[in-house]
Design a protein around this ligand. Structure first.
Ligand SMILES: Cc1cc2nc3c(=O)[nH]c(=O)nc-3n(C[C@H](O)[C@H](O)[C@H](O)COP(=O)(O)OP(=O)(O)OC[C@H]3O[C@@H](n4cnc5c(N)ncnc54)[C@H](O)[C@@H]3O)c2cc1C
Length: 407
């Protein structure tokens, strides 16, 4: 990799001098604390994480040791009060996701799985004992969790799941399979969603399952062409014996439990997309100012400026939406449909921005030396998980018509 193309500090750290940054000055709303948080996370991503991205990408891995570093930055459990920390504003949680995704979607996914999904499931539905046993060490990254909802045969329709927890004395026996589970092979525990009555979606409950239980097996999935800086596994449960207190006692029956956690993660994705857009725009702006064609910088051509303007527009739209969502969330007025709209449309915007940026890099844009193609490929996963574009539009269709077009 040549020196001038190395991914590093200048290309990734946000810069208030960059005219593409925060075009509508939304960051002026940040409190001093939120601003310090953004700078802390952004600096770590730029200095510590980015130099290793090509290595992680080529290996298809993200080391577990990154958890302690993220824990020290304070990115886990930012919406949870007590148990080793305090809750921050919704905007602060969003800023964390924005800065992590500026580095790589795999990094943001790592934090989303731990924080928005596993820790929030415990915080919403766990007993006081479960929370005190797990949340403090999950905050520091000493212990990792994962969130197991999807199955080989049931993705967009998790209500069809076949994983079953049956009563065994006062405890439970768990049987079934889960697929696409982030961090599962390195996690200490899994939040597993299972039916307690075969064939009845209304009987779905959450269970806290330690991953060293006999009968539990995690198999790392290989061949991922997207989100390569992330570990994704299949989980199988073969007569896994669970104590009575494995049940998340406050988890409601049915899908509303997992959906509540997914809403938190989708909110984080809406913010993450702002970071992906900003990273692509910032990096490509530097390139078109430096790279010459027909004896002038690329940035002097009208067609190039048109693409930059398009990228700035999509980035700004996403930022405005995410920022407003944080206000709705902090005032307790945020609807799941509003999160659906921001999740799918901000991912759409980021895909367009990453594609335009990749194009403007020309041939070198396909090399790992530059971020837009990596973001673009990652976004294929982000568009699929946490509810596909189709499902979120169906959710909006239901909100507008009162009729559910999916079951
Ligand atoms: C990298 C990655 C990480 C993941 N991490 C996790 C995790 O940590 N935990 C977890 O539980 N899951 C995880 N998932 C699973 C993810 O949530 C599912 O992939 C997603 O819900 C889509 O399900 P599916 O892949 O089975 O696609 P399908 O449901 O088979 O959908 C295929 C296509 O059909 C469309 N479709 C489906 N139903 C309809 C309909 N009614 N109308 C119109 N179109 C429809 C979809 O939009 C999609 O385009 C992850 C997935 C990926 C790719």
């Amino acid at each position: 990799m040549s020196k001038d193309t190395t991914l590093g500090y200048d290309d990734v750290m946000f810069s208030e001098e960059d005219p593409s940054h925060d075009f509508y000055r939304l960051d002026s709303k940040l409190t001093a604390r939120e601003r310090a948080l953004r700078e802390r996370v952004s600096e770590w991503v730029a200095r510590e994480f980015m130099p290793s991205v090509p290595k992680y990408w080529e290996a298809g891995d993200l080391p577990r040791s990154i958890a302690a570093e993220l824990g020290a930055l304070g990115v886990f459990g930012s919406s949870i009060d007590g148990f080793g920390g305090e809750s921050l504003s919704a905007r602060a949680t969003g800023i964390i996701m924005r800065e992590l995704e500026r580095g790589d979607s795999g990094l943001r996914t790592f934090a989303s799985v731990q924080s928005s999904l596993a820790m929030n499931a415990l915080s919403f539905f766990g007993s006081e004992v479960q929370k005190s046993q797990w949340l403090p060490e999950m905050r520091t990254g000493e212990r990792l969790g994962c969130f197991a909802l999807t199955e080989p045969g049931f993705g967009s329709n998790p209500g069809g799941m076949e994983t079953l927890a049956t009563r065994d004395g006062s405890g439970w026996i768990l049987n079934g399979r889960k697929k696409w589970i982030g961090n599962a092979d390195i996690a200490d525990m899994a939040i597993v969603w299972a039916k307690t009555v075969e064939g009845d979606p209304a009987s779905i409950r959450g269970f806290l399952v330690e991953t060293d239980r006999p009968g539990l097996h995690a198999e790392l999935m290989s061949g991922k062409m997207s989100l390569r800086c992330a570990r994704t596994s299949e989980l199988s449960f073969d007569r896994v014996s669970l104590p009575a207190d494995a049940l998340l006692e406050r988890s409601p029956s049915g899908l509303s439990g997992p959906l509540r956690c997914l809403n938190e993660a989708r909110y984080g994705i809406a913010w993450g997309m702002v970071g992906a857009c900003e990273a692509c725009l910032q990096e490509v702006r530097g390139h078109v100012l430096r790279r010459e064609s027909f004896d002038v910088p690329l940035g002097a051509f009208q067609l190039v400026q048109d693409k930059l303007a398009e990228m700035l527009t999509f980035t700004t739209h996403s930022h405005v939406l995410a920022d407003r969502l944080s206000e709705l969330k902090d005032s307790g007025q945020c609807l799941p449909e509003q999160i659906s709209l921001a999740k799918y449309s901000n991912v759409d915007n980021a895909r367009k921005v990453a594609a335009l940026a990749r194009e403007l890099f020309g041939g070198v844009g396909i090399l790992i030396d530059h971020s837009p193609m990596r973001h673009l490929i990652n976004l294929e996963s982000v568009a699929t998980y946490e509810g596909t574009r189709d499902i979120h539009r169906l959710v909006l269709g239901r909100a507008l018509t009162g009729m559910q077009a999916f079951r």
